[in-house]
Write a protein that binds this ligand. Structure first.
Ligand code: F3S
Length: 405
């Protein structure tokens, strides 16, 4: 792999051990995947933040590298942590867990990483332009950035995203190259998909078929209101069920609009409402009462929070409150606006919590006693059984909220 003189100096340790390790990691990756050289990135997004997912080993790695007095060289944001970084006591996060999680956050802070822990960095200021090269790790954000924004990133792991953040570069391979952005399956989607959960179910179904290839969607009916929230749900679920990092959609995603995508796929599959209903059954693993309802995977936009508020107001939930816990997960940035709009107050008066910086998958929900979780997220429904040992109730936003009455 070709390295500039400066890159060689970093590689040989002339700028210290941490950057040497980071550069060696990027070069090794580049060599494995046949990259010719490194390219500059405009931003990074780092995963591996929750103590639940990285454990003692990850914490000790972060302590080691953050002692080296190095700082990220491009704007870098973090994936969700294992707890709300402001309200961990009120939400009863286990004390030992809190201490470890705060240590992890301290390490990232020392390296200059922005402590806005979210899987929707594109809603909170880490917004690349179409065609930008970036190094992002969170799979749902990777899918959104590649597909909906038209930026270019591979599905980085936590360490490679952090290495790219420190160096400001990534190896040129995979989704950074035009030839790997070509679709290999076409899905014609019939019938109207109204709710986010329909897009989650579609992603779950299609991800299982295409695995880590690139699907191309043709929607026979236009996507009704709040299109980008629905694409966020679709991409998250595609990435969780398969390893999809990029999809295209006729007339909607930027590379299609710019006429860059040739659609001549060997496979053409029709999906109708019956297929979507079947996927709902597959994702549902419980008929019992939930002990936690979770909305916000990926983290809620303001519109999604408003939908919870509409439900509460319409059903006058405020009077008696929900009969189980309710987490509406979002970023601290979106919560600040929800606070101003009065949405947080409505939700919290009804017994719910607007939870920041974390989610039902990377928080230690099993340790907190939650066994049956109701969600409108396809990604959460796929991950909760294996990551948290939970049973899942999967349904539309209003259906899962109704389960708490
Ligand atoms: Fe985000 Fe957690 Fe879902 S990180 S995409 S809310 S599993």
């Amino acid at each position: 792999m070709y390295l500039t003189k400066e890159e060689e100096r970093i590689y040989n340790g002339e700028y210290g051990e941490v950057l040497e390790v980071a550069m060696n990691l990027l070069v090794s990756l580049g060599e494995i995947y046949g990259a010719e050289r490194l390219i500059e990135i405009s931003s990074a997004q780092v995963s591996g933040v929750s103590y639940k997912t990285i454990g003692e080993e990850g914490l000790s790695f972060l302590k080691d590298i953050s002692r080296g007095n190095v700082r990220v060289s491009v704007p870098t944001t973090l994936n969700p942590a294992g707890m709300d970084l402001s309200r961990y006591e009120e939400l009863n996060f286990p004390r030992d867990f809190v201490e470890k999680q705060l240590e992890i956050i301290g390490c990232f802070k020392r390296m200059g990483v922005e402590i806005g822990c979210t899987c929707t960095p594109y809603l909170t200021g880490n917004l690349p332009s179409c065609g930008d090269h970036i190094a992002w790790a969170e799979s749902s954000a990777v899918s959104y950035a590649n597909s909906v924004i038209g930026a270019r990133t591979n599905r980085e792991g936590g360490p490679s995203a952090l290495a790219s953040a420190l160096i400001g570069k990534t190896p040129l391979y995979g989704y950074h190259l035009d030839e790997n952005r070509v679709p290999s399956y076409t899905f014609e989607v019939e019938g109207e998909l109204e709710d986010l959960s329909h897009y989650g179910a579609l992603g779950s179904l299609v991800g299982r078929i295409v695995k880590n290839e690139v699907p191309y969607f043709i929607f026979k009916n236009p996507i009704s209101r709040d299109r980008y929230t629905k694409l966020k749900a679709l991409g998250a679920s595609l990435a969780a069920s398969g390893g999809v990092a990029l999809y295209h959609m006729e007339g909607i995603t930027p590379e299609c609009r710019m006429g860059k995508i040739e659609v001549d796929t060997p496979e053409r599959i029709t999906v109708d409402r019956e297929d979507i209903e079947e996927e709902f059954h597959r994702l549902n693993t419980s008929e019992e009462k939930p002990d936690l309802i979770c909305i916000g995977c990926p983290h809620c936009s303001l519109g999604e929070i408003k939908e919870v508020v509409d439900f509460i107001v319409k059903n006058q939930v405020g009077r008696s409150g929900f009969k189980c816990d309710l987490w509406v997960c979002t970023s601290i940035h979106i919560k600040a606006i929800a606070d101003r709009m009065g949405y947080t107050e409505v939700i919290e008066r009804a017994g719910g919590k607007v939870v920041c910086d974390t989610c039902m998958v990377v928080a230690p929900v099993e340790e907190m006693g939650y066994r049956i979780i109701a969600t409108n997220s396809g990604k959460a429904a796929i991950y909760l059984p294996s990551f948290c040992g939970s049973k899942v109730i999967y349904g539309s936003t209003w259906d899962v909220l109704r389960r708490g009455l």
